[in-house]
Design a protein around this ligand. Structure first.
Ligand code: PMP
Length: 398
């Protein structure tokens, strides 16, 4: 089977979603993946921040195999132990009492947050320009990217968007009628945008003053990606009412969670919400294996160490196409000096590295949390050649 054949079959059978897939992949192990023609790549996109432990991690393989061999999906009218165990474990990591709703994706986790907001009896919601919360209609209404929203208007809700990182604009938009404010601690899809220091704390104070819920979308930043279990834990004085999770929580399996605290945790009543596969024991067993492995292998420390290595290594190249590196932990954006990110993505792939380009001038890295020194080193070493190739003429920069 060739790469071209598989792509042609895709064209014949699948609806368009994100556009033509870049590359058919057939196998993965750790950071490595192989395409249909046997070519090897280092996957610095990590699924899409989903492969917390890389591909085929023995702990996830064992947990999933054992669980599916004993009890697979059951109806939510029954109860499986891994579901309860994962909810308890998450609450331990938050260090707070609360309640968990399990689902299958980030969008679905945010839909549940949207509904929790509505159950406060208020309707207005505040979200941020450039923010991304998913493609289902409620989550899309909260998303702040008009190109993704416009074909589907009218979208649900009474949503005001404010500039990201601007506490004054937030304070002006939030009223006594605001049910919730939803914020990503770092905007991932918008190009790894980090808000000014104190922004989350200000958001907490503003919402507390009017009785609005503070929802933090940690779908991309959560589960250790930024070097703490949840990114907000790196910000003093921030205790959200709701946190949404997905992506690497399932270690490659579809698993999302909406975690609510205080009065927000008590708003769902029997019959309010549900989803067939939510909390299915196989995905939850994978989630437990991910959390166990992060703790046992000290991966939060590794995230901080590799983050420093990558930042210093990449900025230290002093390449004219590189401006600086921003982000948190292993959610990093290489900010280029020009709109070269699509070309860098392509040149990197040709050199055997998978990265992505969420903005014209930003290359994003979000490798597994167990990234090794030699793997980070390989990317740093290859980058100058990749950037030169992306510039197309052997020269670099503007
Ligand atoms: N929220 C954030 C912050 C995300 O980055 C994403 C996915 N990129 C989502 C929500 C939506 O997740 P999903 O694609 O699993 O629905």
């Amino acid at each position: 089977m060739s790469n071209q054949e598989l792509t042609a079959r895709w064209q014949g059978a699948l609806m368009h979603n994100y556009g033509t897939p870049r590359l058919p992949l057939v196998r993965g192990e750790g950071l490595k993946v192989w395409d249909a023609e046997g070519r090897e790549y280092l996957d610095f996109v990590g699924g899409i921040a989903t492969n917390a432990l890389g591909h085929a991690h023995p702990a996830v393989v064992a947990a999933v195999s054992t669980q599916i061999a004993s009890l697979g999906h059951i109806s939510n009218f029954f109860l499986a132990e891994p579901t309860v165990a994962l909810a308890e474990r998450l609450l331990t990591l938050f260090g707070r009492e609360g309640r968990v709703f399990f689902c299958n994706s980030g969008a679905e986790a945010n839909e549940a947050a949207f509904k929790i907001g509505r159950l406060t009896g208020r309707t207005h919601m505040v979200a941020t320009d450039g923010g991304f919360h998913g493609r289902t209609t409620g989550a899309l209404a909260l998303t702040g990217q008009p190109a993704k929203q416009d074909p589907f208007r009218p979208l649900p809700g009474d949503v005001t968007h404010v500039p990201y990182g601007d506490a004054q604009a937030l304070a002006a938009a939030v009223t006594e009628k605001t049910a919730l404010v939803i914020i990503e601690p770092v905007q991932g899809e918008n190009g790894v945008v980090v808000p000014p220091a104190g922004y989350l704390k200000a958001a907490r104070a503003i919402t507390a003053a009017t009785g609005a819920l503070l929802v933090l979308d940690e779908v991309q930043t959560g589960i250790g990606r930024t070097g703490t279990w949840f990114e907000y834990q790196a910000h003093e004085g921030v205790l959200p009412d709701v946190v949404t999770l997905a992506k690497q929580l399932g270690g490659g399996l579809p698993l999302g969670a909406t975690v609510a605290f205080g009065r927000a945790a008590e708003l769902f009543q029997p019959g309010h919400h549900g989803t067939t596969f939510g909390g299915n024991p196989v995905a939850c067993a994978a989630g437990l294996a991910v959390l166990d492995t992060i703790a046992e292998e000290g991966l939060l420390e590794n995230v901080k160490r590799q983050s420093e290595r990558l930042r210093e290594g990449i900025e230290g190249l002093n390449h004219p196409s590189i401006g600086y590196v921003r982000g948190a932990g292993l959610l990093l954006g290489i900010v280029l000096t020009g709109p070269l990110a699509p070309q860098v993505q392509q040149a990197a792939q040709e050199a055997g590295f998978l990265v992505n380009a969420p903005a014209p001038d930003v290359v994003r890295l979000m490798p597994p949390l167990n990234l090794r020194d030699d793997e980070a080193g390989a990317l740093i070493q290859a980058l100058p050649g990749i950037l030169d190739a992306a510039n197309g003429d052997g020269r670099s920069g503007e």
